[in-house]
Design a protein around this ligand. Sequence first.
Ligand code: FAD
Length: 296
Amino acid sequence: MRFRDYFKDPAQQIISFELYPPKTAKGMLTLKEQVIPNLVKLGPSYITVTYGAGGSTQGMTLEIASTIRNQFDLESACHLTCVGASKADIEQIVRKISAEGIENIVALRGDTPKGQDRFTTHEDGFGHANELVSHIRSMEGIGEGTGLAVAGYPEKHQEAPSLDEDIENLKRKVDAGADVIITQLFYDNDTFYAYRDKVAAAGIDVPLVPGLMPIQSSHQIQRIASLCGAHLPDPLLEKLEDAGEDDKLATEIGTEQCIEQSNALLASGVTGIHYYVLNRSSQIHRVIRGIDRQNR
Ligand code: FAD
């Protein structure tokens, strides 16, 4: 089933998860034997799998997404970026994804590789995600039928001069054929609500799915927030500062915060929530048990 089909029924609030390819063979085994089965039990609609910088995890991204699709009979999606890839490379990967029976792709430009100060477009590739979306859509026999998600940034993409310009660029991705927008993680729902209004005002009418990441430690959150620019509300920041190096306590705080944040979003009528689960299933179990999903 493709992204757009999940969001057809406004009475359903769709829950999805995101995994990343582990760095070691042991990590891969744990993912396949423990993490994925535990996540599947929570009944998500689909699980997406990230794509490492420069395509470094291409094979593993596909392997994990294929395991989810073909061994666990759950819909999955491969993330795909433009970094270092020619059009021919992209076409080859998209065909491989399709050959595994995977019907969905999260289409991204990708981050600027470490050591470079700005994104360099492959000479025969794509400079922005809208071009990637458009190209996949144009692929004969595959493009039309593939579910395509793109990224949205409630706190603005770090390279964009303004939120308005970033939303104009988001519209280019939707106009090129994206079915759904998944947002960057955020911790302040008011930021998301303001973004949702601006996105709607720009005439973008595909589902906007908030992305949430439950906090697991103070250190981790500071690093991630500084990487993607996510703002942490003061009360949350204070609690995490008090937790200091106590990761168990930070996880408790993060779990409660994520349940509260999810419930407020669900009550506000979001079409679903995408959770960045960071390859751990126990915390997300508690979050999903704690949320009040309305299948209105
Ligand atoms: P784009 O949409 O191309 O935007 C990049 C910048 O260019 C923005 O500032 C935008 O405003 C501007 N822009 C866009 N289009 C145009 C245009 N036509 N003309 C001029 N300016 C334009 N990264 C990975 O490496 N692997 C992953 O698996 C991955 N998964 C992600 C999943 C989600 C849900 C999200 C939110 C992000 C993910 N990322 C991933 C990070 C993402 O690759 C980076 O944020 C990247 O810097 C931008 O990607 P994009 O697809 O949003 O790019």
